[in-house]
Design a protein around this ligand. Structure first.
Ligand SMILES: [Fe+2]
Length: 241
């Protein structure tokens, strides 16, 4: 089984303050995120939950830099936001509206299709461009219950070069998935129905995408796409028995 990595920060633990305090980084990055990685690698708990938790935090912490009050999208990220939301202000408003609809633990993100989407608890997604952690542990220590202020201060630390980079990649950013385990799962599933094409069992949208891009079954990219939605735990992404 592949070991997941607890990705190092590209900045110092106090670099994101006051948007994210050093105490929150110590707990959130240093303990919680590491916990998902460690439990997955040790085979403890629910592997799908832990893997998705590690996956999302990996994306989250990679996209930050020191706060800057006038921080704004640049390059292709700016073009993308203008195209889909008409302005950065409207994008921020819509993001806040969607995020505030989350009840309980979850995430909000800008997707590659230019929509604001949410995730309940943890789930692996292949279309994340910009991700905000909406779990209580992300905001409670620094912002108590003021989630809007938390979000407003996250905009000050987004590294838009990273966001542009994610947009420019044709491939998804789910490198931290354990492909060997997924292939094993798929192998078990495929034997249940000998002649069925695995493509039969994914959403039509995904099938069309894979045909269009000539992504052949069994390749790493195919496995990533197949399992990326609705998530590793979703029955809909697996062949029926
Ligand atoms: Fe988190």
């Amino acid at each position: 089984m592949k070991k997941l990595e607890h990705a190092k920060l590209s900045y110092k633990r106090n670099d994101l303050a006051p948007s994210i305090s050093e105490d929150t980084i110590n707990y959130h990055w240093g303990k919680l995120y590491k916990g998902y990685v460690d439990r997955y690698n040790a085979g403890e708990g629910d592997p799908d939950f832990n893997e998705a938790g590690a996956f999302l935090h990996n994306i989250l912490f990679a996209q930050f830099q020191s706060p800057n009050g006038s921080n704004k999208p640049t390059g292709s990220a700016a073009e993308f936001i203008d195209k889909h939301f008409t302005s950065y202000d409207k994008f921020q408003d819509e993001f806040e509206t969607e995020a505030m609809k989350i009840h309980g633990s979850g995430w909000a993100y800008l997707s590659k299709s230019g929509k604001i989407k949410t995730i309940k608890n943890h789930e692996i997604k292949n279309d994340i461009v910009l991700l905000i952690d909406w779990w209580e542990h992300a905001w409670a220590l620094d912002y108590q219950h003021d989630k809007k202020k938390y979000l407003a201060n996250q905009w000050k630390i987004i590294n838009w070069n990273i966001i542009s980079d994610r947009l420019s990649k044709e491939k998804n950013i789910s490198e931290n998935i354990d492909l060997a385990r997924l292939k094993k799962l798929a192998g078990i599933a495929e034997t249940k129905e000998e002649n069925a094409s695995p493509l039969t069992y994914v959403g039509t949208e995904k099938s069309r995408y894979m045909r269009k891009h000539n992504i052949r079954p069994g390749t790493d990219e195919w496995f990533r796409l197949w399992f990326a939605r609705p998530g590793l735990t979703g029955e809909r992404s697996m062949p029926k028995k």
